[in-house]
Design a protein. Structure first.
Length: 334
């Protein structure tokens, strides 16, 4: 018997990316008498290739990156290569409307609830103040993206904040090790959930050691999937008994994914001084880099039945002629 199978954990978290690490640290801090375990596929000494990513075949290489280019195994997950861009949810994402065929799965109350955790989240991601509205920063209040621009249907005050970027594995490894009620089990793949009464209640998880194929059983009151879109989907497809209570697995599981529709769609000509147009980043008082973007107001998106849309000014393209001609394409994100 391994020691993990002798313990009943309060929470078992599968995946040690930012979501898994934050959840584990916060829960173990707030509940010092509760036991938490994190299951992570990767290890510190892992090789460049791994069995999970090797099993993925990308059929459309024009529009999709190789899994090794966009995912990471090991403590910290994809934060090992992420760019540090931190964006707040928008109100429109929580409003049911015809554009989403009245199928919004996020209740509006969640939008207000998540605001309570902005400061804690910003602290973990090390992206400065939990402020994502330029007008709420005294240093930049009423500072517009270009001369003569005024906010209306189109706004320029929604902010992106940029972290160092924080590598969660390196940044929080020692903190995880210090927690006496927190266990990190690396080099194990989450395999099969046990649902003995077929009622959707999971009692244990079988994990398999990468390489040796050794099996362990993890018992917990609650299991949380934080393994990223790719691996969470794989685990759910393997464990369709989890859906017995609703009859069958959702049809969309493993068939679709959510992504951004993006492209350069237009050129814009401003009436003000072009030297006063802000194409790049600003720096907050604490030194954090921030960047604003054009965005339609929530009222306008609802009235026009549009999806959430944001527009970034791209760097101007310079054409070499006797006199310089500058174009300013916009990048639109739906």
């Amino acid at each position: 018997m391994n020691k993990e199978s002798d313990i009943l954990y309060n929470v078992c978290i599968i995946g040690s990316g930012p979501a898994g690490i934050i959840l584990a640290l916060e829960y173990s801090r707030l509940n010092p008498d509760k036991k938490v375990i994190i299951i992570e596929f990767g290890t510190k000494d892992q090789k460049g290739k791994n069995r999970l990513d090797d099993s993925i075949e990308v059929m459309n290489k024009v529009n999709h990156h190789d899994p090794y280019e966009c995912t990471n195994k090991g403590l910290g997950g994809s934060s090992a290569t992420w760019g540090g861009r931190c964006v707040m949810y928008d109100e429109i994402d929580f409003l049911d409307r015809p554009a989403v065929e009245n199928g919004c799965t996020w209740r509006y109350e969640l939008f207000d609830e998540l605001k309570k955790y902005l400061a804690t989240t910003a602290n973990y991601f090390e992206c400065g103040k939990p402020v994502f509205d330029l007008n709420a920063l005294p240093k930049f209040r009423n500072d517009r993206i270009t001369e003569n621009f005024s906010e209306g249907v189109v706004t320029d005050s929604v902010l992106e904040r940029w972290s160092m970027p924080t590598r969660f594995g390196n940044r929080y490894e020692k903190e995880i090790a210090k927690r006496s009620n927190l266990t990190l089990l690396e080099g194990f793949e989450a395999r099969n959930f046990s649902v003995p009464n077929n009622n959707g209640k999971v009692t244990s998880l079988q994990v398999r050691k990468v390489g040796s194929e050794e099996l362990k059983e993890i018992k917990a009151k609650y299991f949380i999937l934080a393994a990223g879109t790719q691996e969470t989907t794989r685990i759910l497809l393997r464990n369709q008994q989890l859906f017995n209570k609703i009859g069958t697995a959702p049809y969309a599981l493993g068939r679709y994914y959510q992504g951004h529709i993006s492209g350069k769609i237009a050129s814009v000509k401003f009436t003000g001084d072009p030297k006063k147009t802000d194409y790049g980043f600003l720096r907050d008082e604490d030194g954090t880099y921030i960047r604003r973007r054009f965005q339609f107001s929530t009222k306008f998106l609802v009235e026009q039945n549009l999806l959430n849309t944001a527009i970034w000014l791209d760097n101007p393209l310079y054409l070499i002629r006797s006199i310089g001609v500058v174009q300013c394409p916009l990048c639109i994100l739906l």
